[in-house]
Design a protein around this ligand. Structure first.
Ligand SMILES: [Zn+2]
Length: 224
């Protein structure tokens, strides 16, 4: 079943249209070349005539191809005119306008001519819509990719911010512990400056020792 899926994708792709267009151009080159060769002046030398007819045939078919694929720039009328010309070339190539042919022969030749013109007309609109759709798909894909990249970037930033937040929390906890220790130390140091007799805090160790010598509470206790 997978093979049908691949086949389906292949025949509906842009490449399939380009492939068929290339085949139409390739076959058209031979038809145009033969026709040009027939009508080019017989006075030309063989190599001149060959080169001129081949290059002109290629130029003509490439013009048909380019107008077919650029319908969005030049409108629909020119590709249709080119397609009709392609059909006429085929008709001339098949001697569709010669006299003395049976009705069936004329029908066959005109049918092929109209068919080639029709293929060109169909492809001019088919190519345009397929091309526009593939462009749209590409734009949507690009947009999706852009959004995915943005999402990835934002996720990365979020992870980074989260880790920074965790680190800050750790730092804060550590700071809190340090502050607690510092407070304890400060309390201990302040306790060392309290006079053991009257329980009054002193400014420094020197103040304490001079205060202790003169402390009223101590003297009163001694007197008792
Ligand atoms: Zn005291």
């Amino acid at each position: 079943m997978k093979i049908f899926e691949i086949l389906g994708k292949a025949i509906t792709s842009m490449s399939a249209i380009i492939f068929v267009l290339a085949m139409v151009v390739a076959s058209g080159t031979f038809f145009s070349h033969t026709l040009f060769y027939e009508v080019f002046p017989s006075g030309m030398t063989e190599w001149e005539k060959s080169i001129a007819t081949w290059t002109l045939a290629c130029a003509w078919e490439l013009t048909v191809l380019l107008t077919t694929v650029n319908t969005n720039y030049i409108g629909k009328k020119i590709p249709i005119a080119m397609a009709v010309c392609s059909g006429l070339i085929i008709l001339l190539f098949l001697h569709g306008f010669d006299g003395g042919l049976s009705l069936l022969d004329y029908f066959k030749r005109f049918f092929i001519g109209i068919l080639v013109a029709y293929i060109n007309i169909v492809f001019s609109s088919l190519f345009l819509s397929a091309w526009q759709e593939s462009r749209r798909e590409k734009t949507a894909e690009e947009k999706l990719k852009e959004l995915e990249l943005l999402h990835e970037e934002q996720t990365r930033e979020l992870v980074k911010t989260k880790s920074e937040l965790d680190q800050s929390k750790k730092d804060f906890d550590q700071l809190f512990l340090l502050t607690e220790e510092l407070e304890k130390f400060k309390k201990m140091e302040l306790e060392k400056l309290i006079c053991p007799h009257c329980n009054q805090p002193q400014k420094s160790v020197f103040h304490l020792s001079s205060h202790k010598a003169l402390c009223n509470a101590k003297q009163q206790r001694n007197e008792n």
